[in-house]
Design a protein around this ligand. Sequence first.
Ligand code: BGC
Length: 263
Amino acid sequence: MSSSQPFGIDFGGTGIKGAPVDLSRGDFANERVRFKTPHKSTPRAIADIFVELLAAFPACTGPVGVTVPGVVRHGVVHTAANIDRAWIGTDADALFTAATGRDVHVVNDADAAGLAEVRYGAARGRRGLVIVTTLGTGIGSAFLYDGVLIPNSELGHLEIDGHDAETRASNRAREKDNLSWHEWAKRLQRYYRTLEQLFSPDLFVVGGGVSKQSAQFLPLLDLDTEIVPATLRNNAGAVGAALYAAEAEMVRGTDRGLPTSSP
Ligand code: BGC
């Protein structure tokens, strides 16, 4: 392990996983460490866990990327559909940087997975518009155009047939409503067809834990767009978060800022 390797943390509803990431391979450089997500998962409680998690890798001092299942703009969390509402309005970059003494960069969980899939996984080298969706507790989405992320697309909350889409088509909805693969596929069909009509993507990538069973449901979909399972599976969030943090540090390290409005 090189000490400057970035560290990726995936903060999810059931577990918090992290490890240093080898960006040349897009994989963990060391075996990851996992903590159970506490029942009351406030930002403060999560910060304490991050401190413990990072302490397990004292030799790694690189930047830290963290996934959050909500809209993140410039380090501030704006929504909390499936997490404690205390996250809303929290400057998570500042909180975690202060708590850990490390440079922490927070990114939406699906955006992190999307970055990882486009750099190392199922969408590697693909041009045009790739939409990565994660089917889990909610539905996450990442928009990538020619490999560049357009963050916070939040396509899980499209209103379709009068419903918030993720309440019908997420993996949690499949489990809650006890749906067979065929029944769930009908809902997925409606969902992906809507995305297709709205955005005309070049590729859909389907991630989330259930993607390892993609053979049960992807062949049942009838779409005009190619649709493939994610390949990084469980590691996509943490790997993508580490990549995000490393790139954020690179941008910070250059003098090339965006042009300002005044000369
Ligand atoms: C949240 C998204 C998140 C997705 C997957 C949705 O409910 O609004 O921000 O990416 O769940 O966790």
